[in-house]
Design a binder for this molecule. Structure first.
Ligand SMILES: [Zn+2]
Length: 144
């Protein structure tokens, strides 16, 4: 799925996926492993998945981006393909300090894909471009 995650993390997500398919819940030992591997992101991410906060937006041309509504209701744009989230925790804890693998939003995306609870939405090309290039959009007219 994604080469930026360590093998142990990918393996764990796969185990969660198959366990969930069989038992329709995540067994305790896998939950513990999730906390061990993903640290402080694990519990809030599970909470986001419970509240179905993850939406996958796809354009007709096949480009995709994820939106995760955070605990405060703010929408974060996440690029699962390049392992990036627009939230402050990602910038500070993941990029600068390197103390976490991912923020809770990215983990919520991985989990919702594994559990099959991701909402799917098809959006026009223009709308997706705006999400992908928010800074450029601010400085010029909305003219694709
Ligand atoms: Zn995030």
């Amino acid at each position: 799925m994604d080469s930026t995650l360590p093998a142990v993390a990918e393996e764990l997500l796969k185990e969660i996926e198959s366990a969930f398919r069989e038992k329709s819940h995540i067994p305790d030992d896998l939950l513990l492993a999730l906390k061990f591997v993903f640290g402080a992101s694990a519990v809030p991410a599970l909470d986001l998945v419970d509240r179905q906060s993850v939406t996958r937006l796809a354009s007709p041309s096949g480009r995709t981006v994820y939106q995760v509504s955070g605990s405060s209701g703010k929408l974060y744009t996440c690029y699962a393909s390049c392992h990036f989230c627009s939230c402050p925790a990602f910038t500070f804890s993941v990029l600068r300090k390197g103390e976490r693998l991912v923020c809770k939003h990215i983990l919520a995306i991985y989990l919702s894909r594994a559990l099959g609870t991701c909402q799917e939405l098809t959006v026009p090309e223009q709308q997706l471009t705006k999400l992908l290039l928010p800074q450029e959009e601010a400085g010029k007219e909305a003219n694709p």
